[in-house]
Design a protein around this ligand. Sequence first.
Ligand SMILES: Nc1ncnc2c1ncn2[C@@H]1O[C@H](COP(=O)(O)OP(=O)(O)OP(=O)(O)O)[C@@H](O)[C@H]1O
Ligand SMILES: [Mg+2]
Length: 342
Amino acid sequence: MSEIVLKLENLTKKFGNFTAVNQINLEVCRGETIGLVGPNGAGKTTTIKMIAKILRPNSGRILMRTNHSELEDLQHVSSTVTQIGFLIDIPNFYNMTANQLLRYFANLQKYPKDKINQRINELLKLFKLSDWKHEKVKNFSKGMTQKLGIIQAIIHDPEIIILDEPQTGLDPLARVEIRKYIRELQALGKTIFVASHMLYEISEVCDKIALINLGSIIGFDSVENLALTLKTSEVNAVLLNPLNASELDPLLKRLTENLNPYLDKNLDPNISKIPIKYFPEHQGLKVYFDGKSESKGEILKILIREFESDFTVISFTQPKTSQLERVYAEMVKDNEINEEGE
Ligand SMILES: Nc1ncnc2c1ncn2[C@@H]1O[C@H](COP(=O)(O)OP(=O)(O)OP(=O)(O)O)[C@@H](O)[C@H]1O
Ligand SMILES: [Mg+2]
């Protein structure tokens, strides 16, 4: 069994009354690649800044395993930080050349002076930036700057690499490149923690994904398991006319009563708290049901017969498989709706 190298325990960060990170628990094992995925403002950067000790948690702890030792509270250890490499925010590199910049960071991290040059050359070569060694960074393209940011994060050969949105602002080809570099770091046995709002971009290279929304972790598992456990049977009925907002609640209540025998009795609250939902933007009803074909038939009959005076169904479809992407979008949405209602 692989050992835990980074552990977040009930980690919480508030800005005034606002809770940006809410009681987060996460464990990262040696050699794992973990994705922290959530929409803008979810609390990803705040979490990473606490690990980097740029921000101080209001409560909770960050534990780290220094080489051959026990897990230690990061607040009490200063030396451990050099075992981590960070890419946080879009790097701002002033008026230096790539070489000067990397040398600066290597010195900052106390990388052995006699080995710095070789290390810089190796990494520039790996990231195909060798020809740019003595160019001013301000002349670099966005993608090159981002690659340099990653080199900066790993210049001192840390065991744990933490990247905040490494693919920000990059075109699809450059994003593929970044994934390739993440895989190369994996091959070296590094532990990687990467934050992104692009689930698809990151899920491919991650062993596990922690879904974060509104400061809380709403799922933490392998991509396959997340998709599996969050899998649900649903049908979508598109309506001819939009439903009247003022009549929505009683209508949903009647629908729930009428369709009750066919609804999903074990609906995962992470997916939805209620079995029937109305999406005004699609003019559609989503019904989480027990997955049986017969039930589907009965549901359609009831929608048409019993609700004839309420709406007209113009399409009735069951999405193929619960793609993680879609589930993620839904979970996030559901969480937001609940938050508003509280
Ligand atoms: N210094 C701060 N003062 C007040 N609020 C802050 C501060 N930093 C972050 N926040 C708020 O905390 C929340 C989480 O921000 P954070 O930057 O962690 O999100 P994120 O998940 O990294 O989002 P993005 O995908 O946009 O990078 C946001 O609502 C943000 O406005
Ligand atoms: Mg961020």
